[in-house]
Design a binder for this molecule. Sequence first.
Ligand code: ADP
Length: 609
Amino acid sequence: MVVGAGGLGRGRFHYNEPGQKTKISWPLLKRVAKYFKPYWKLLILLALSIIITSVLGLLPAIFTKNIIDTALPQKNTGLLFILIASSFGAVLLSGFVTVGQNYLNSWIAKYIIYDMRNSMFDHLQNMGIGFFSNVKSGEITSLMNNDIGGIENIFSSTFVQILHNVLIFTVTAITMFYTNWKLALVSMVILPLFIIPTRKVGKVRWHLASQTQEKLADLNNLIYETLSISGTMLVKIFTSEKHQLEKFKNINKDATKLQIKESLAGRWFFMAVSTVVAIGPMIIYLFGGLILIRYSDITVGSIVMFVALLSRLYGPVASFANISVDITRSMALFERIFNYFEMKKEIRNKPGAFKLKNVKGFIKFSNVYFSYNEKMQTLKNINLEAKPGQITAFVGPSGSGKTTITYLVPRFYDVKSGAVTIDGYDLRDVTIKSLRKQIGVVTQDTYLLNDSIRNNLLFAKPEATEEELFSVCRNANIYDLIDSLPEGFETIVGDRGIKLSGGEKQRISIARVLLKNPQIVILDEATSALDSVSESLIQSAIKPLLKGRTSLVIAHRLSTVMAADSIYVVKKGRIIEQGTNEELLLLNGEYKSLYDKQFKNDKNNLELG
Ligand code: ADP
């Protein structure tokens, strides 16, 4: 069984080479057991049903022995019918029990997956922004679908199968030894003949299958990169269709060749195995016959029964040949999932954290240093103040650290040293929830849920009344647009709904923040130029957004810097100048040159400001 070979996720599939060892440790087993524990009663029922089917599976062979040894020599028609009917009954009953077993099996597996998906969702949802900025695209989807979904296979194909095989092997071997130990020994000697091709071809096929899956993953990546909206734009603009096609053909060819090799290896495997399967009865008849002729301590019925029983051993023995690989692979899957569970939330409530109440919104940064990683210090010695009812603007070249400064306020990240305070309280001393309740954020690329406009708005305040909804939409200049849509507030937006322009989306997100009505607002102004109508709509939507709150604005518009009560000029992670527009222009420094480059030609906004 190939773990994580869903083939749909964009993430790279994970493979464990045969022989690659995940350490199977007690703590790991205990963690796995924890997920099975709630279902222990059902697991016992499952084990019982497996015992029953293992024993029932033996009966037809035993009845055959009795038919040959007793019913036929005695010409006992009654007994013959009884034995045949009993065989049929055993097969039928086994069939019924197997149906129940499969149901139980998939029920337990699905509910373990259900539990695990829920806890993983809960866990990941609480991870910090840092975690999400580091995961590869498709990694989480692959984890949720392929890895966690793979548990069903692990459970059904490995755990249950191992138990099944061990039981079948045990009851069959006991019956054989009980009937005739000499012939039983001969049967045991035949079995390794079966293991050798299984192991050998199994390994080759495994390697080929892994390589094929790698190639298919590459193919999927290429399909995603080329045949998606952003990808196709890139390809078209660089007219690299031919190059992409060549690349695709090459990978496609490799994958095809590997798949052909894999199916050829499969044919060899089949041939080797069927030869051994065919030889098995011959050897039993030979040795059974010799024992009967020499020692007369075996019956014809027993020899025929041995042939039937031998065939029951092939399946278990073949699976034992790969048991260590199967267990290792299963444990590796669990380990991979647990690794995510082990990732600690970077941002947590400290013990004794208190709720931030009656917030005025006086924000202060004192000697703040921050870095995303060891390589680079992103913010250096930041000191600033943002007062309630005032607009505090940040300007500076791209990459200078403006966004990072605003990230520290809702504690998307924590400072490395220094402190950020609100009304004098260190952010790390208050609960995250009470802090974030006070803050509204409007970013450049507004994210709307694939849901109705109403639900997108209610995300901020589920209990909002119709009047409140209308009022915030009017204030955000989006009411008329919503009203003009045939389905009004029920219109679905996002991927599966209507496409709104950047400006419209931003106004919806402004309405959403207005509904939340926070004391502090962070606004990252759009850098892209909008037409003058959209611009004026946004500008007048921004006024109620910022009014009476502490506003931190990453400013790209002349109107904003002119309206700002205080402007901080950020460069290479430091604040290098501070003042109002007029004060900073008089300084004739960094701000002045930025102003000349960025804001001077912003006539559109000058009129509006
Ligand atoms: P600005 O908003 O002024 O354009 P940012 O605050 O976004 O600047 O970025 C400041 C610096 O931090 C940049 O060098 C950027 O590459 C880096 N940076 C931003 N986000 C991350 C992140 N998640 N991980 C690592 N570095 C980051």
